[in-house]
Design a protein around this ligand. Structure first.
Ligand code: HEC
Ligand code: HEC
Ligand code: HEC
Length: 363
């Protein structure tokens, strides 16, 4: 009996102390006041442990090459869009405004984490710190570009970073893109050329090819990014500020560009088997013929309908990502995405690799 009374009394005391702590809030949460000695270090070590434990289960996908210069440039490009404001960049100090954050967003180095850990941090972010999760909800493929860039971060100085993230010509005004005179002012970080290339051919593998793609498809997909109907951490923040007229004008420019699409292949995938599958489909597995929609005019390079995207000559990397996107989600909420969802839902990973191999090398 006595023991029970002690226990109840003890619990009461804890509850009262807890309530008093909660009410009078003695721990100062002002960012202007440093943590009590040791508290910041303990929290930071906890954060590192939490990352290590979770990243242990993360594996680099087969089609991701962390040393691919295109993937590294893409990571640098997105770093300029979404990370530099807080973390500074190679050779560029942080904005003094963020030094008042607690925890402070540190200058980064490649030594701090393994690539899988960088992926995990970019994908998930940290609660209670201001460090955001990946803006394209569910896009597990995209943060690999960031992991590639951060793993090579220390190799960059200011000039090399500017070249990787923005391109030599500084994007928008250059003759190749000819975007001068579009409605609405377009700031430099929105310059499409820094990833899609001056010629719309994807800047050597940094981003998908757009030159000569149909205007209808470009308008549809840009609207989907702008309105959150196709998840992408790269494109949503860039498309969102563009007005409908600006999006149409950009789509028209890209649709009017020429150029040969030379898709970069991946080191695996059987293009011959991919060709057979693309043409015949597979009745038993309920796989539709890709060619019936995607190979129409122009020697089979252009699709049958203008609202279907061209895929022949796109890089294997993008084809793999997109086939996973339509098979595994997050399924885009574009008007005709259900057609693709039905066409790819029974593809195996091998089918995807083979189809990507076929379409990447198709000229
Ligand atoms: C709004 C500010 C903000 C933005 C934007 C931001 N971060 Fe952070 N980030 C933080 C803060 C704050 C921390 C510190 C957490 C800590 O150490 O307790 C952090 C921590 C990190 C760390 C761990 C560093 C370490 O040594 O602990 C990495 C890596 C990182 N961020 C990468 C990125 C990347 C990549 C992006 C862009 C996709 C990004 N951050 C965007 C605020 C930001
Ligand atoms: C930081 C690099 C980057 C910049 C800058 C960028 N893009 Fe993209 N873009 C990408 C990536 C990566 C994808 C693939 C996204 C996906 O998988 O959904 C993409 C996809 C697209 C697509 C869809 C292609 C398709 O066939 O599915 C269009 C259209 C597009 N971007 C247009 C633009 C326009 C217009 C701009 C300028 C306002 C722009 N992009 C700026 C990286 C970028
Ligand atoms: C019934 C017609 C149809 C069939 C069959 C079809 N597709 Fe598609 N495909 C489309 C349409 C329409 C889209 C655009 C979907 C959207 O609005 O999001 C698309 C989108 C794609 C994309 C994304 C391209 C981009 O630029 O974002 C890829 C890759 C693709 N298809 C590959 C394939 C492959 C491989 C097959 C065969 C397994 C296939 N498709 C079968 C109509 C089809």
């Amino acid at each position: 009996m006595r023991l029970k009374r002690w226990i109840i009394g003890g619990m009461g005391a804890v509850a009262v102390t807890g309530a008093a702590f909660f009410w009078f809030a003695p721990y100062n949460i002002a960012a202007s006041v440093p943590h009590l000695p040791g508290v910041g270090e303990v929290l930071h070590q906890y954060l590192r442990n939490a990352v290590r434990v979770r990243a242990n289960r993360v594996e680099v996908p087969d089609h991701v090459d962390l040393d691919d210069p295109g993937l590294i440039r893409l990571g640098a490009g997105h770093f300029a869009t979404g990370c530099q404001t807080c973390h500074g960049a190679p050779g560029l100090p942080r904005n003094p405004a963020v030094e008042g954050m607690r925890p402070e967003p540190p200058m980064l180095t490649s030594d701090d984490f393994e690539p899988e850990e960088f992926w995990w941090i970019a994908r998930h972010g940290f609660k209670y710190t201001g460090m955001p999760s990946w803006p394209g909800e569910g896009r597990d493929d995209e943060p690999w570009a960031m992991a590639a860039f951060l793993s090579h971060y220390d190799d960059f100085d200011r000039a090399a970073y500017a070249e990787a993230a923005f391109g030599r010509a500084g994007g928008y005004q250059s003759a190749g893109v000819r975007f001068g005179g579009l409605p609405g002012a377009i700031p430099q970080e929105l310059a499409c050329a820094r990833c899609h290339g001056e010629d719309g051919l994807g800047r050597d593998g940094t981003a998908p090819k757009l030159a000569g793609q149909s205007q209808g498809w470009l308008e549809t997909v840009l609207e989907a990014y702008a309105t959150g109907h196709r998840e992408s951490g790269f494109m949503e923040p860039l498309a969102a500020p563009l007005s409908t007229e600006t999006r149409s004008a950009i789509a028209e420019r890209y649709a009017g560009m020429g150029g040969t699409w030379q898709g970069r292949s991946l080191p695996f995938g059987d293009a011959e088997r991919g060709r057979a599958l693309a043409w015949q489909g597979d009745e038993h597995e309920d796989i539709a013929s890709c060619a019936s929609c995607h190979e129409g005019t122009g020697g089979g390079l252009m699709p049958k309908r203008a609202d279907t995207p061209r895929i022949a000559g796109q890089d294997g990397y993008w084809l793999v990502n997109w086939l996973h996107l339509y098979r595994d989600g997050p399924i885009p909420e574009t008007p005709r995405a259900h057609l693709m969802q039905a066409a790819v839902r029974n593809l195996t990973d091998t089918d995807i690799a083979d189809l990507a191999a076929y379409y990447a090398q198709k000229r």
